[in-house]
Design a protein around this ligand. Structure first.
Ligand code: FPP
Ligand code: MG
Ligand code: MG
Length: 323
């Protein structure tokens, strides 16, 4: 694909994203000004809009209708916002995107209502689309997210949960959303079902690599600028790939005791050092790389299309944030 085509595609996505931002900004109109003022800053803080971008890119690379792809991208970002607001209630998190969370600022009741509102609005948008298929994909994403959260809740401090369980949870919590965005883009753009299959494979692999590299950030700082504090997951009893990959019959009881002690004066650096010394990070990097390779293989199976390089770049960026 020529550089001019790539540039045109970049411009088209940038224009689309501006439209999505405008649509989002005008959506917070509940009639309760305080309420609108709460959601707006979180939305405007933005994040990477990665999910909307995946959708828009695939839709644009096919034959899509502008109003439809903007609406779906808006709904996807609204859903993402809703899940983050609810997630911060579940995790009792105080900071999100550099700001106080709604739950910290206004309490659980307001946070839950805010998330519900966005969730309902997102559904409304998707229900107005001309095809039921969008609604099916959207509902599937949501049920997977909730299943993933349930699994995570059940697995707190469960040191012998096993890698397989962790992988299913990661798929539901993160990868199914990215896979769903690729599918929505594919449907919007009129891609063939075979191509949509490969696009979904890409989304799945990207999502898995995304979450697994995110897990590394709990064990050491990386080049990623979002810089989450090291040891947070461990203190909450969330046991992720680096640790699960080095747990065995001999060390599991002691490790569990040390992790449970973290909230009673224990030192997370000792656990982190132990996991790193046993090769926990190396194991994690290896499996993340495998998913990055899977994502690239899925792309190779699809014909060349405008914007394909951006999907390669997204994988590359993930590979870079691991170091
Ligand atoms: C972030 O994870 C959150 C998720 C991956 C999904 C949260 C989903 C729900 C709360 C349930 C569904 C909600 C609705 C509105 C139906 P994290 O806590 O690991 O990451 P973080 O560091 O971004 O907080
Ligand atoms: Mg959280
Ligand atoms: Mg969470």
């Amino acid at each position: 694909m020529s550089n001019t085509n790539q540039l045109e595609m970049m411009e088209r996505i940038a224009l689309d994203l501006e439209r999505v931002e405008r649509a989002l900004a005008s959506s917070f109109n509940t009639g309760a000004e305080d309420f609108n003022d709460l959601i707006r800053p979180l939305s405007e803080a933005g994040g990477k809009r990665l999910r909307a971008q995946l959708c828009l890119l695939i839709a644009n690379a096919g034959q899509s209708i502008e109003t439809e792809r903007i609406k779906i991208a808006e709904a996807v970002e609204m859903l993402h916002l809703a899940t983050l607001i609810h997630d911060d209630v579940l995790d009792q998190a105080e900071i999100r995107r550099g700001e106080d969370t709604i739950h910290k600022h206004k309490g659980n009741k307001v946070a839950i209502l805010s998330g519900d509102y966005l969730f309902a609005k997102a559904f409304r948008i998707v229900s107005e689309m001309p095809h039921m298929e969008y609604l099916k994909v959207f509902s599937h994403i949501i049920s997977c997210l909730v299943e993933g959260e349930f699994m995570q809740m059940e697995d707190v401090y469960r040191i012998d949960q096993g890698i397989e369980r962790y992988m299913i949870k990661t798929q539901k919590k993160t990868a199914d959303f990215m896979e769903g965005c690729m599918e929505l883009g594919g449907l919007l753009g009129g891609w063939s079902s075979e191509e949509i299959g490969y696009l979904k494979q890409y989304g799945h692999a990207l999502g898995m690599a995304f979450q697994i590299t995110d897990d590394i950030m709990d064990y050491r700082e990386t080049s990623d600028t979002t810089g989450k504090p090291v040891g947070n997951d461990l203190r909450e009893g969330l046991l992720t790939y680096p640790l699960l990959s080095i747990v065995n019959e001999t060390n599991k009881d002691q490790l569990l005791e040390d992790i449970q002690n973290l909230n009673h004066g224990g030192n997370e650096q000792d656990i982190i050092d132990y996991v790193i010394a046993r090769g926990g990070i190396d194991n994690t990097l290896r499996v993340a790389q495998q998913y990055c390779d899977d994502a690239l293989s899925a792309l190779q199976a699809i014909r060349d299309f405008e914007g394909k390089e951006f999907l390669v770049l997204a994988v590359q960026n993930l590979a870079d944030r691991k170091v």
